[in-house]
Design a protein around this ligand. Structure first.
Ligand SMILES: *Cc1c(COP(=O)(O)O)cnc(C)c1O
Length: 353
């Protein structure tokens, strides 16, 4: 197989070595004589693996012990309703920042469970920046932010101080940089951008917030149930959690989120500098808000986008088409995208005429 550099926004690139370990475990998990796909989630090796995954998360993000780490299903998208449902009492206020398509979906779902105030929006400028000056509601329970806007390529470089607590959708930049978890009441992320495959969603929630809404919730939608059962109330997506485990181990061996952040800055700098330098291309995003993870770019003048995409594909550089709402191109350069991938892309941009 000719290995390609996959610039997809998600599901996204995973480390080669992790894929090999996943393939091996699908046949025989750690010499147990069985595929991990066949093993009970109540068996000791699997319970230990899930517990080790939680510890890796706690270690890598420095998660204080007054937070629970949950592995759930339903994607980050289910958290758009599960969070307000578990947190907000009827009529209470939550502030939301509207910085892109995922924020908009979070806002739409939260409206079912409380008084949602959209305190800022970058919509009028096609979400090309992160709003800085906005007022929060005095009675706000929490302020929701999408820390990295996967589609538009903007990222909160500094987190705002919330009147209540912050809730962060970190689906596309979790583990890409150090984060002060204590600023957040809840952090959530679908795994398939920067920590594993689709099928598992991580939720880091402050223990005192569990059960806050006092709503009578369906069992599977209740944080308290999942927290109480260590994410084993029903059958969890064990294989997906295992791939997260191996990805986090890989990250730990590389030096953790600080080392990764440094690498991510180097990769992104190389690409943004080429976009600035190359007269063929430009970035649609305000310079100070540019994402280290998702890098959209467009032709400076109009051009044949398909031609450039085909040119890249011939060089093994794939999934570079921009999101349909933005057009142009988007290179997602998550943790697992090697430097050589970015270098090859930059070379293709330089040689393209
Ligand atoms: C991909 C993405 C989502 C949706 O994740 P699912 O796991 O598919 O529900 C939500 N928020 C952000 C920021 C994303 O990038």
């Amino acid at each position: 197989m000719q290995k390609k550099f996959n610039f997809s926004a998600g599901p996204a690139v995973l480390p080669d070595d992790v894929l090999k370990q996943a393939a091996a475990a699908a046949v025989d998990f750690n010499g147990h004589g069985m595929s991990i796909l066949e093993m009970s989630h109540r068996s000791a090796p699997i319970v230990n693996m899930v517990s080790e995954t939680r510890q890796l998360v706690r270690h890598l993000l420095n998660v204080p012990d007054y937070y629970k780490i949950l592995f759930l299903q339903g994607g980050a998208s289910l958290q758009f309703s599960m969070i307000p449902m578990n947190i907000l009492k009827d009529g209470e206020t939550a502030d939301y920042t509207d910085t892109g398509a995922w924020s908009a979906k979070a806002i739409r779902d939260a409206r079912h469970f409380g008084n949602v105030q959209v305190v800022c929006s970058s919509k009028a400028s096609v979400h090309n920046h992160i709003p800085k000056d906005f007022e929060q509601s005095p009675d706000q329970v929490y302020l929701h932010i999408t820390t990295n806007n996967t589609i538009f390529g903007t990222q909160w470089q500094e987190f705002p101080d919330a009147n209540g607590f912050l809730v962060g959708d970190m689906s596309s930049d979790i583990f890409s940089r150090p984060v002060d978890v204590s600023k957040f009441g809840i952090i959530y992320a679908g795994a398939q951008k920067n920590m594993g495959p689709a099928g598992v969603t991580m939720v880091i929630v402050r223990k005192d917030l569990i059960g806050r809404s006092e709503r009578d919730l369906s069992t599977m939608l209740d944080f308290a149930v999942h927290a109480d059962k260590d994410s084993m109330y029903n059958t969890p997506p064990i294989f997906a959690i295992f791939v997260v485990n191996r990805t986090l181990q890989w990250l730990k061996e590389l030096g953790g989120v600080d080392a990764m952040h440094k690498q991510n800055k180097t990769k992104a700098k190389l690409l943004y500098e080429e976009i600035e330098r190359n007269p063929l291309f430009k970035s649609p995003v305000a310079e100070k808000d540019r994402s280290l993870m998702n890098v959209p770019f467009v032709f400076a003048e109009s051009g044949d986008e398909k031609h450039f995409l085909d040119y890249c594909a011939d060089r093994g550089l794939v999934t570079l088409k921009g999101h349909r709402s933005v057009g142009g191109f988007r290179a997602s350069i998550y943790n697992a995208m090697p430097m050589e991938g970015v270098e090859s892309l930059v070379e293709a941009m330089q040689q393209y005429k």
